[in-house]
Design a protein around this ligand. Structure first.
Ligand code: COA
Length: 433
């Protein structure tokens, strides 16, 4: 029998991209009533990846914030898992770039997971099992990063549900943010063609109605399994967090669980809107700002909740539902940590929000096209990226000799003075960010 112990999320940090577009601007350009995007889908703004931002740079930024803000020594990381829908290479995982740029120890397992928006949860659950077996993890912690650029075709129904961002999670014992409850797993897998991205496309394809129905089916299956195994009903959760492709989806999900509870005549269920306002709405503000960040959207809700909650949340129970099209869903729960000082001001969200810059529609299109151009062999030229929009820290500069070129910048120091410096592989980027 392995020696198992209670494990959870010890730290969480978010990379908020610098640029965003207001959904009213997008609605105007698409000649759609803005209320459809803001009320019908519940969206407000969406993050837009800068031309030199990709899933690798966003993952590095989120992880760097985590290591710095929670004073974690990279030497204490024994496993690195990156969950993403936006892989940059058919063979080389994002994790291998991130491992090198963070300067993690060589005795550290690293790999990517893929199952649309479920990918990071798959990584988190594996990491948690690994940490629980002390003979394997020897007290080391696991770093799980969700990183995605969510892109649909211009003018498509999916376009208002785009976004970009990354969330880094540190998994280990004596977790300060969320300690997982130890109930049997509640997972549901069913092959569905609801969302996919053929390897020759940079934008996803989706059957919107099928994806919503499959999400809700998966939620009911997994929640019911969990309820049976744990005997926890809706009243036992102070917070219910969901995968958030668009904020209204969280309302649809909450309503479905509410109907389930009412149909089972569980005692004392308050009116739907009141329950939703108390248990789910406080976790959605960051999703309304960044949009859909695919694999990280559930964990963006968690970070948003703990960073801004005005109610005391210490020790409260949260239920979490993760869904990935294709499809795989999982429901699990945990208790929030007892000391808010362990996370307040450390998630990086507030800092990221302060330095945001709004794009008009033309610039939004230009950023998309610039990102697309960099995806092909020979795209790297020094100074291709307009210095005015260059990302501070780590930047993706394009492809040369079939290899991705990354550079470190200090914009305030380098702007208009020094050309891009491709990153030296032997110098971990983490040390210079
Ligand atoms: N004012 C207020 N609300 C309005 C409106 C207006 N002028 N016009 C439409 N709406 C409402 C609709 O009633 C609908 O609300 P409801 O779902 O509560 O009934 C909502 O806005 C969306 O309208 P709909 O016509 O269904 O939108 P759509 O066909 O353009 O597509 C998605 C919506 C979500 C399917 C589409 O954005 C998509 O495919 N997104 C990507 C996939 C995704 O996120 N899937 C989720 C599960 S993973």
């Amino acid at each position: 029998m392995p020696d198992t112990q209670k494990i959870g999320i010890d730290a969480v940090a978010v990379h908020v991209p610098k640029y965003f577009i207001d959904l009213k601007t997008l609605a105007f350009a698409n000649q759609v009533d803005p209320d459809k995007y803001t009320i019908g889908l519940g969206c407000r703004r969406m993050a837009v990846a800068a031309p030199d931002e990709d899933p690798v740079t966003m993952a590095v930024r989120a992880a760097t914030t985590l290591l710095k803000n929670y004073s974690i020594n990279p030497r204490d990381i024994g496993m690195l898992i990156v969950g993403s829908e936006s892989g940059v290479d058919g063979a080389k995982p994002i994790a291998s770039y991130v491992h090198g740029m963070l300067g993690l120890p060589s005795c550290c397992r690293s790999f990517d997971t893929k199952h649309a928006c479920y990918s990071a949860t798959a990584g988190l659950r594996m990491a948690s099992d690994w940490c629980a077996v002390r003979s394997a993890s020897t007290g080391k912690k696991a770093l799980v990063i969700a990183t995605d650029v969510a892109r649909y075709s211009v003018g498509s129904a999916g376009e208002p549900t785009q976004g970009a961002g990354a969330v880094a999670l540190l998994i280990g014992p004596d977790a300060r943010v969320l300690e997982f409850d130890l109930y049997p797993e509640a997972v549901h897998t069913e092959e569905v063609m609801d969302f996919w991205r053929p390897s020759y496309r940079s934008t996803a394809l989706v059957d919107g109605d099928a994806s919503i129905n499959s999400y809700l089916d998966s939620l009911v299956h997994t929640y019911s399994l969990y309820q049976k195994a744990s005997d926890l009903d809706i009243n036992r959760y102070d917070h219910l967090l969901f995968h958030v492709p668009f904020p209204k989806m969280a309302y649809k999900a909450f309503s479905r669980l509410y109907e389930l509870e009412v149909s089972q005549r569980r005692n004392g269920v308050a009116p739907l809107k009141q329950e939703y306002a108390a248990r789910t709405e406080p976790s959605l503000w960051a999703n309304r700002e960044l949009g859909n960040i695919y694999s990280g959207s559930l964990y963006l809700s968690l970070a948003g909740l703990i960073e801004r909650s005005t109610d005391p949340i210490s020790g409260k129970r949260a239920g979490l539902f993760s869904y990935g099209s294709g499809s795989c869903g999982e429901y699990f729960s945990g208790r929030l940590g007892t000391d808010p000082q362990a996370w307040k001001g450390r998630t990086g969200i507030e800092e990221g929000m302060k330095r945001r810059v709004e794009l008009d529609y033309r610039k939004y299109l230009e950023f998309r096209w610039a990102g697309e151009r960099l995806a092909y062999e020979g795209s790297y030229f020094e100074e291709l990226i307009d210095p005015a929009v260059r990302s501070d820290g780590i930047a993706f500069l394009g492809i040369r000799d079939h290899q991705r070129i990354y550079a470190t910048y200090n914009v305030s120091r380098d702007r208009d003075s020094e050309p891009a410096k491709p990153a030296q592989r032997e110098v971990p980027v983490f040390n210079s960010l």
